[in-house]
Each structure stands twice: as C-alpha cells, then as structure tokens.
Design a protein around this ligand. Structure first.
Ligand code: FAD
Ligand code: NAD
Length: 155
C-alpha cells in the first residue's frame, strides 16, 4: 500500500489540533500534533504520537514532561507555525504554569509528566500522566483537521 492511500484514509478521521509544548535548556519548543488521545481515567493518562524525525521527539525524551494545548478555531496560524509551515519565525507569548510553557488562548492546557514511552514504527507514543489542567471559562469552538484541511464546526 502506498503512503498516499494511508494518509488519505487517516485524513477521513476528523480530529482537533494541538500544540505540544515543553521547555528544554531554557528554550521553549512547540510542535503541532493531531495524534492525541485520552487514555485512562485512573490514573489520568493521555497519549501523543511523535515522529522520530521531529526534533520534539528527543526533546520530550530528555525533559520527561510536556503540555498539550488544544487549539481554538482562530488559532490556525499557530498550528501552521508549530508545524514549520510558515516562511518566517513568529514570536509567541507563553504563560508559565508549574514549569510548563503554555499557549494562553488555547481551549484547554493539559500538563503532563511522561508516564511511559512506546516505540511504534517511525513514531513514539508518549503517554503522559496528567498533573494539571487549565480551562478558561469563556466558551470556544475547536480548530479541526479533516482531509488534510483545517475546518471548524458547522463548516
Ligand atoms: P521544528 O521544525 O523544530 O519546529 C516546528 C516549528 O515550530 C518551527 O517552524 C519553529 O519556528 C516553531 N517553533 C518551535 N518552538 C517555537 C517557539 N518557542 N516560538 C516560536 N516558534 C516556535 N507530527 C507528529 O509527529 N505527530 C503528530 O501528531 C502530528 N500532527 C500534525 C497535525 C497537523 C495538522 C500538522 C499540520 C502537522 C502535524 N505533525 C505531526 C507534523 C509536525 O507538526 C511537523 O513535522 C513539525 O514541524 C515537526 O516538529 P519538529 O519538532 O521537528 O519541529
Ligand atoms: P495529511 O493529508 O498528510 O494527513 C492526513 C492524516 O494522515 C493525518 O491526520 C494523520 O492521521 C495521517 N498522517 C499524515 N502523515 C503521517 C505520518 N507521517 N505518520 C503517521 N500518520 C500520518 O496532512 P498534511 O496537511 O499533508 O500534513 C502536513 C504535514 O504534517 C505532513 O508532512 C504530514 O506528514 C504531517 N503530519 C504528521 C502526522 C503524524 O505524524 N502523526 C499527523 C498529521 C500530519
């Protein structure tokens, strides 16, 4: 089976979009990821799948912690930025909570310590034990990703 067919089929599964953030040697690192899932309630676990070619892969291995920032519908540009799809760099303001750099406008910020890691093909599944959750009171719609395109609810 060719890669295109696989990606086209996986693209039929609509997801939200997150930016995974962490701090390493005084620098903030972020990466756009839609391979995110809630895993367990007791203990509270989530998982993100990070490709071996991504710089984020080795960074999370070393920091042992990450935060998942769930993007709102007007944060497509941040998604593109942290996917390396913008031509120019952009300064981003982070809010610091318990040693985690967070995107303050996200729908929710999920702070984790790495619980375990499982290599699966060309990705590693990083399971995160959730230590804190931040959610703002104001409502908001999520940014969606479907068939390789950004979407929003009702579109
Ligand atoms: P880098 O190339 O090091 O960084 C990515 C970009 O983020 C750079 O352009 C950099 O300018 C910017 N950046 C990083 N930190 C900062 C900062 N502090 N301030 C400002 N800018 C900063 N890949 C996966 O492995 N798993 C997934 O689940 C996944 N889902 C994706 C979903 C979508 C919708 C898209 C578009 C891409 C997805 N990717 C996923 C691909 C992944 O986002 C890119 O391959 C990414 O560029 C690889 O990350 P890296 O760590 O090598 O990033
Ligand atoms: P796309 O059409 O490549 O993505 C459609 C779907 O295919 C994604 O939602 C994901 O489920 C799957 N997919 C894509 N690349 C994958 C990979 N390398 N490993 C495992 N699953 C993958 O979307 P696009 O707009 O062309 O994506 C932009 C870039 O971001 C591409 O380079 C793509 O590879 C990457 N991406 C990676 C992942 C991932 O690693 N899990 C997920 C989404 C996008």
């Amino acid at each position: 089976m060719d890669d295109r067919m696989f990606r086209r089929a996986m693209g039929k599964f609509a997801t939200g979009v997150t930016v995974v953030t962490t701090e390493f040697q005084g620098e903030v690192k972020g990466m756009t990821a839609n391979a995110f899932m809630s895993v367990s309630l007791d203990p509270k676990l989530v998982v993100v799948s990070i490709g071996h070619k991504a710089r984020m892969h080795d960074i999370v291995k070393q920091t042992g912690k990450f935060a998942v920032n769930i993007l709102r519908r007007d944060q497509e540009e941040l998604s593109r930025l942290f996917a390396g799809q913008l031509k120019e760099e952009r300064p981003v303001s982070f809010e610091w909570v318990n040693g985690h750099p967070l995107l303050p406008e996200a729908l929710a910020n999920i702070l984790c310590n790495v619980h375990s890691a499982h290599v699966a093909g060309d990705h590693t599944l990083y399971f995160g034990e959730v230590t804190d959750i931040i959610m703002k009171d104001e409502p908001g719609d999520p940014l969606l990703f479907f068939e390789g395109q950004y979407r929003s609810i009702g579109q």
